[in-house]
Each structure stands twice: as structure tokens, then as C-alpha cells.
Design a protein around this ligand. Sequence first.
Ligand code: S3P
Length: 432
Amino acid sequence: MIIISLKVEKKEKLKGKVSIPGDKSISHRAVILSSLAKGKSKIEGFLESEDCLSTVKAFRNLGVEIKKESSNQYIVKGVGLNGLKEPDNILDCCNSGTTMRLMLGLLSAQNFYSILTGDDSLRARPMERIIKPLTRMGAHIWSREGGYAPLSIMGSNLTGIDYKMPVASAQVKSAILLAGLYSDQSVKIVEPALSRDHTERMLAGFGINIKKEGHHIILPADNNRKLHPQEFVVPGDISSAAFLISAGLITNNSQILIKDVGINPTRTGFLEVVEKMGGQIKLLNRREVSGEPIADIEVKSSQLHGIEIAGELIPKMIDEIPIIAVLASQADGVTVIKDAGELRVKETDRIRAIVSQLSRLGVKMEEFRDGMIIKGPNQIKGGISVKSFGDHRIAMSLAVAGLVAEKELTITNSRVINTSFPGFKETLFSLS
Ligand code: S3P
């Protein structure tokens, strides 16, 4: 295997206008729901990253015809809720937690047998949180001891459920909703805090009766649910935009415009935090595409200050915490991040990963069980190789840190960036 490294050096300024790839969460869901709608759906702006292509591959193996029409544009010939076919072989979700967890919900309700596996990282991530509620709905799922993949599923008839989720997880919520589509009883979910609501919005867009009141989501009893094919536009991924926004904030003399970014309020915790830290960002040209709010985001170099980040804000920015740590390293004063224990079970233990690597670069910070404390501002040293731990968001966070480093920084195993942001390096280096 060739290990690719990314080299980043200090930038005097970043200027320009860029577009970013489609939203990862929305791209997965667009393929899943289009496959379940009988007829031809079109997806524009699809994120052609390794994670989302794992979902495409899985549905092809379940008998769905999915054609790439042009760059980022896919046609899905949906088979209807009951048209999926038993796969001939194991379905490999590679590094994608969203593929595995959402598929688990869906496959539990089919009239066939299937097996899900993934790479080393995914096989070490907790699946019990999904297996538990699905089992209560009547699902038959076998896992390795402790609830780890490979997972085998003997599809069965499912009941409804009234479920109070112990963790705010959009993947758990979405797995239950997908399984619930196959029950004629009602499905009620209560979230401890709001997590991303793309599944709910998209189900409504595909014609499913779904209700949302605060932290409650209800799929009312129905014995004849149908999804109708759609022409769907995927907005730019705010989680990818966060790296470019951060780059613009911490480098001097910078001004960047990032076009067509999704600003769903369940995803904008990062923007709220940046504003509280004193970051100069403006949301321009606000509009809606395919049931999701979007805007262009303008960013200017800013002197940031430390803040405390905790509670209900965390699920709205869960994937952005590593890059927030980089921002905090450049901010005046102390930043404390709490209630973020979920970071320990992402693609890698993101608390340990970011604290260990930024510390090596001279940042004063410490980890604790569910978060970290960062004392700024710090001069990033550079001149060394830092590790991505096979995690795309750690790799990109470190690359952004490299833009303000004294000496060139090398990020090893940076190929993993393709998991969510193909073209990251080219987009970043196009700003000058
Ligand atoms: C995702 C939900 C989040 C997020 C992940 C994508 C989704 O995970 O971290 O990158 O698409 O539903 P959790 O559901 O584990 O919080």
C-alpha cells in the first residue's frame, strides 16, 4: 500500500471563491431513499467520496440500478420498499459508519439474509446502540461479542417502537426510522438533544408522513407507505466548509467566499461557536434546495478568543470539534470543550488524536474524559510529521494548523481525506 503524505506550509494570505463537495450525510440518504422510491430519481451534487460510494455499492449489490450520468450526478432506478434483493455476498461498508448503521435498520426489515462488515476502524465502532432498539422492534441481528461488526441480519417483520434514545445520534435515529418504514405501527423517537434531521426532512420530501415536534419524531401508523421518486440537489457540506472557514479565520490578510453551503440549523453549531469566538463570518444569499437551507459563507481573518463549548451545542457540531481545537489553539485565552465523549467512538478516538498531535506542535492543551482544554494563543511549530490516525477530519484539521506553522508540516496517511472531501488539497491550495 502506498502511504500518501500531505505537506503544508505557512500562508501569508488566502483569497478567493470556492465551491465545496456535496454533503456526506445527505448524499448517503439521497441514495438510500431514492433506492426505496419506485422509479427514477436524480441526484445532483452527490458527494463522490469513498464513504458515499460504499453506500452506492451496497445498493447495487441489493439489486438497485445506479448510474453515474456525469460528475456528481447520479440516476437511481428505485425498486420500491419491497423490491430489494438478497445480496450474493457480504456488504462491505469500508470506513463508513453511516452506511453500516443506516443499512442495519433497513436490512432488518427485508425478507432475506445479509451480512455487513467494514474496515478495522468500523469493526471497532459500537453497533449495540442500533442493535438494541432494532431488536426491540423484532429484528434478528448477530454481532461479535460487545456489539461489533461483522453483523449478520436475518430480515423479519418489525413492530413499531416508542424509544427514548440514550445518545443524540442521527445514525441511530435514522436506522430506527428506516426500519420503521416497514412496520404498520407507529414509531416514536425522543432525542436527548437535537441531532442532524436530514432523514426526517428527506422522508417528508419523498412523500412519507412524518412529524417532528422539538425532540420528538413520529412516524404515524400506516400500512401503505410509499416513497415517490425525486430530483434531488445535495447542498455543499458544512462539515467540509468548516476546514476552509477555519483556514480563512486563522491566516492573516484572508477573505474567502464558500458557495452553496448547507446551513441546516441542526448542523450549524460550528458557525455559532465561531461567532462566539469573535470570527468574522457572513451568511449571504440564503435560500433553500431540496428541503435544506443553504447560503454562501464569507470569511475574513479574525482574532479569536477562547470560549466554553458544551451541552446541546455538541451534537450540532460533533464532526467539527477537531477543527475547533485548531481554532482554539490560535485564540486568546482558554477554550473548554465538554460533553463530547462521543468523539472517542468516531473513526478514531478524536479527543486523543487531536490533543496528541497538536501538543506535538507546541499547543498547550489537555484531554479529559469527555473533552479538552486548550490554552491560546500558540505558535504552531511544524517541521515534523503528524499522524492522521486514518481519520479524514484529523488529517484536514492538522493541514489547516499547518497554514500557520513556523515550518513545513507533513500529515502522514492523508489519503484518508478522500473519505469525505475529495479535492481538499486542490481547493485549499487554490486560495492564494
Ligand atoms: C452522521 C451522524 C453523526 C456524524 C457522522 C454522520 C449521519 O454520527 O458524526 O459523521 O450522517 O447521520 P452519530 O450519529 O454517531 O452522532
